[in-house]
Design a protein around this ligand. Structure first.
Ligand SMILES: Cc1cc2nc3c(=O)[nH]c(=O)nc-3n(C[C@H](O)[C@H](O)[C@H](O)COP(=O)(O)OP(=O)(O)OC[C@H]3O[C@@H](n4cnc5c(N)ncnc54)[C@H](O)[C@@H]3O)c2cc1C
Length: 467
């Protein structure tokens, strides 16, 4: 393969929302940056899939909501529009083989379980308010919360099986993981980072699932890439980053002068630059070879930040038949394997699209199954939740993100016990001329598209602070 060589002030690895936001901000600051992307497309964990008739479904990140200001501003700046998530009608909750309808975020349970969930959510919010999202690792007084999982806390704080089921569903919905996987401190960090309310994180109207982007969220990255033009290099998986510590630090030398201490080596492309922004999920960044090797705190962090496991599925019907039955298309099932569904029809309302998530253990079990087997598992659940009309969609599309080598899972990375305090300091701190971006590195709305965008802007400003 012939080897292309490029020189730039800054090289950005990864053309997801974080990498492209970093490059766009650097351009705005007058700094010449190139972006190197492994896939033949931009957008990373956002992905539009055409379904015919000019419509698409989103196989990756899709919702935006109040408080996600970076995302909402960028969407508007790029000339895109949002529309409200379809949610009129009754929701369905299934548990122990019984499906019943309800309104609002929290399903109707027996009063004791409902009270337990309410108290547990309030306790979580109170604890979360104590977390300093910019540096939880210095809060050694929170060691107790980092030494237990969400599951052990939930066992003490919710004694009825129904309340425990609901808390499990909440964890699955937010991290695509099980309560046993996630450090309690990580859950609290995330709640605080997202505005302080787990309930809002689970809400559609007024919450994190409030709105969608007309035409799909991949358009955000496509429009940013169009602005950046031929600075974006697609189809070049980065394998190794060589870097040198500059005497006095590269940041002390004005941009536009001096040596290029960073060499990014991709298949077929080598870029030398004065600084790099690595805008990858930590679990993916840890797979690159670094020469010299990363400090142990950074390497330890990337070893521990696990990607969630999700299969995002869409069953596409001629019409949204559930609406005629007074249903919103939103369902939650404690019986599984599908845990949550939404009406994901396009703005016009047609065709009717039911979105179904397999998350955590359900997704782990389904990821490597033949696609038709996975499809049948999902359709069987949809029939239980929405009746026999759900059995025969016109089309079915899904994506198992854990099988994607450039994502290694989704929605994003989470930390198990003991990792925040020992290794959290390696999440964002630059290493010589290498800077880190990506949704996981954000302090506000960490793990969301909004966090990805702000992380890119933050990394760009670390490199060009006074420009
Ligand atoms: C199914 C699903 C549903 C989600 N739902 C929502 C939602 O509703 N709302 C929300 O806000 N967020 C949601 N998210 C999360 C959101 O999509 C992500 O937080 C965000 O897109 C991450 O952006 P990023 O730029 O940090 O990372 P990425 O999008 O992962 O970008 C990293 C880029 O680096 C590239 N790359 C990887 N390895 C290499 C390499 N070796 N060399 C070069 N390039 C490489 C990748 O191809 C990718 O383009 C969801 C995610 C998924 C998958």
């Amino acid at each position: 393969m012939s080897e292309e060589r490029v020189e730039a002030e800054v090289v950005v690895v990864g053309a997801g929302l974080a990498g492209l936001s970093a490059a766009r901000e650097l351009k705005r600051l007058g700094v010449d940056a190139v972006v190197v992307e492994a896939r033949d497309r931009v957008g990373g964990r956002t992905l539009n899939e055409p379904i015919g008739g000019g419509e698409i479904v989103e196989l990756g990140g899709q919702w935006v909501g109040p408080g996600q200001d970076h995302a909402l501003e960028l969407i508007a700046e790029l000339g895109l529009e949002t529309f409200p998530t379809w949610c009129e009608g009754k929701n369905v909750f299934e548990r122990s083989g019984r499906a019943r309808t309800y309104s609002g975020t929290i399903p109707k349970l027996n009063p004791v379980s409902l009270a337990e969930v309410g108290v547990a959510l309030k306790r979580l919010e109170k604890m979360a308010s104590k977390v300093d999202v910019s540096q939880p690792w210095v809060q050694t007084d929170l060691a107790r919360w980092d030494s237990e999982t969400f599951a052990t806390w939930a066992r003490r704080n919710a004694r009825t099986p129904a309340a425990r089921d609901l808390l499990r569903l909440a964890i699955q919905a937010v991290w695509a993981a099980e309560p046993e996987d996630v450090s309690l401190l990580h859950a609290l960090f995330y709640v605080q980072s997202s505005g302080g309310s787990l309930e809002k994180m689970l809400d559609a109207e007024g919450g994190a699932q409030d709105s969608r982007v007309v035409g799909g969220t991949q358009l955000i990255s496509e429009r940013m890439a169009a602005e950046l033009g031929d600075a974006v290099h697609l189809g070049f998986p980065v394998r190794r980053i060589r870097w040198r510590e500059m005497p006095g630090g590269v940041e002390d030398q004005p941009l536009g002068t001096g040596p290029h201490p960073v060499t990014v080596e991709a298949d077929g492309l080598t870029v030398s630059a004065r600084a790099a922004v690595v805008a990858l999920p930590p679990a993916v960044a840890g797979r690159l070879e670094y020469d010299p090797v990363m400090p142990s705190v950074r390497d330890g962090l990337t070893q521990r930040m696990v990607q969630g496991t999700v299969v995002k599925c869409h069953a596409i019907y001629d019409e949204p038949f559930w609406r005629a039955e007074g249903l919103s298309g939103q369902a939650t099932s404690a019986d599984g394997p599908v845990s949550v569904t939404f009406d994901n029809s396009p703005p016009s309302g047609s065709p009717g699209v039911l979105l179904a998530f397999l998350e955590g253990n359900a997704a782990r079990a389904a990821t490597d199954l033949p696609p038709e087997e996975r499809q049948q598992i999902v359709l069987d659940c949809l029939v239980r939740l929405f009746g026999p009309k759900a059995a025969k969609p016109e089309k079915f599309v899904d994506k198992a993100w854990a099988a994607d080598e450039f994502a290694r899972g989704c929605y994003g990375g989470y930390l198990p016990t003991g990792a925040w305090l020992m290794y959290g300091a390696g999440l964002r701190a630059p290493v010589g001329p290498l800077h880190w971006a990506g949704a996981e590195t954000a302090t506000v709305n960490a793990g969301y598209m909004d966090g990805a965008i702000s992380s890119g802007i933050r990394a760009a400003r670390e490199i060009a602070p006074g420009t």
